[in-house]
Design a protein around this ligand. Structure first.
Ligand code: FE
Length: 226
């Protein structure tokens, strides 16, 4: 099966909020809620009716992770590392505190490790057990990241998984797979695209995709920046 963007449609602006983290990155077609979404909605309704949950607080939580926390944070981290060699060293030595310099941290980002891609080694991140993911820098995990096929094949056939994402690396580039845990969360530091000398951090950040920080993608090339 493919894991690429085809199975992970971009989040659409949503109508009434009713979803938990798990549901928020599914296609929001409220006429055909999945069983999970229906169960979440039932649960939320019950919790609100009983007074255990404040719907406004829930909306704020979802809003935070859908729009304020997301892969643009990670892109800023990568762009800084590309621009500032000392920051890059700090990031590789102690990612949690380097990332905190940019103001990002908190839940699911307490023990960050940055993995630098080189011509010799490409890093790919998975959570074989469940879906551990660095929320403060990448936001909520995409649906495919949580899928059983990705979780098993990333380990058994990483090159095949990358091919599914249309990433083809030179044969002599080793692929190292890193298993996230509740303890450690990873961010991949991709290689800076050539032809970007003198670019500002904002320009560089525009080349950094979510997938290239998971290792299932590569940064955009200068001509592809929006
Ligand atoms: Fe996990």
């Amino acid at each position: 099966m493919r894991f690429g963007p085809r199975v992970d449609p971009a989040p659409k602006p949503t109508g009434p909020k009713s979803a938990s983290a798990d549901v928020s990155d599914q296609d929001h077609d409220h006429s055909e809620l999945s069983e999970v979404a229906l169960r979440v909605r039932a649960l939320e309704t019950l919790l609100v009716e009983k007074g255990y949950v404040d719907p406004a607080a829930l909306d704020e939580l979802i809003e935070t992770y859908e729009h304020k926390v997301g892969p643009r944070n990670g892109a800023r981290v990568v762009a800084r590392a590309w621009s500032d060699p000392e920051f890059r060293m700090r990031l590789l030595n102690d990612a949690t505190s380097a990332i905190a310099e940019l103001g990002y941290g908190g839940r699911q980002g307490e023990h960050m490790v940055a993995l630098e891609n080189t011509p010799e080694r490409h890093n790919l991140v998975v959570c074989t057990l469940c879906s551990c993911y660095p929320w403060p820098v990448l936001g909520l995990p995409p649906v495919w990241y949580k899928s059983a096929p990705y979780r098993s094949r990333a380990v058994n056939d990483p090159r095949g998984v990358l091919a599914d994402f249309d990433v083809r690396l030179p044969a002599d580039t080793a692929i190292r797979v890193w298993d996230s845990t509740a303890e450690t969360r990873f961010i991949v530091l991709p290689m800076r695209p050539s032809g970007t000398d003198g670019w500002s951090e904002d320009q560089l950040a525009a080349l950094v995709t979510r997938d290239c920080m998971i290792g299932t993608g590569l940064p955009k090339q200068p001509g592809e920046a929006a």
